[in-house]
Design a protein around this ligand. Structure first.
Ligand SMILES: [Zn+2]
Length: 142
């Protein structure tokens, strides 16, 4: 089923509203609210620690074109409540996507925002951060 612009906007608005509501978060993907469409919303202005970011991002059909470096960091997920994990991710990514108006974009991201991009794109492929931890010792109750 194809999703038209109005439907994509509706899903994006619902995702943004969820980030606004406690417990909030820095990113969420459409499959997490039962919508089988490749849309993620990322907003690292909400990060607990200040980081370089691009503000509110709505990405349709995001594809990670390049990933470099490796860095370990803690992640949580609205879909895995109560747990945090130490997860290896690329330090820098180049991600291409379409915005809600169908314009193709390419973004260079690094650090925490790059981690969130990878986490959210994973959701579109049915992968959770707990699938990426290397040891159960890296999983902790929050
Ligand atoms: Zn998640």
């Amino acid at each position: 089923m194809a999703w038209d612009a109005a439907q994509r906007k509706c899903v994006a608005d619902a995702l943004i509203a969820l980030l606004d509501r406690p417990p909030g978060g820095v990113g969420i993907a459409a499959p997490q609210i039962g919508k089988p469409v490749a849309i993620v919303v990322i907003d690292c202005r909400r990060a607990r620690r200040p980081c370089r970011h691009h503000g509110l991002l709505v990405m349709c059909d995001p594809v990670i074109e390049r990933a470099e470096g490796e860095v370990w960091g803690r992640e949580g997920c609205l879909s895995v409540p109560g747990w945090r994990g130490l997860v290896p991710r690329a330090a820098r990514v180049v991600v291409s996507f379409f915005d809600l108006d169908g314009r193709k974009k390419r973004l260079h991201s690094e650090g925490f925002e790059a981690r969130v991009v990878q986490h959210e794109v994973d959701h579109l492929h049915g992968i959770l951060f707990i699938d990426r931890i290397r040891s159960t010792r890296d999983l902790v109750r929050r």
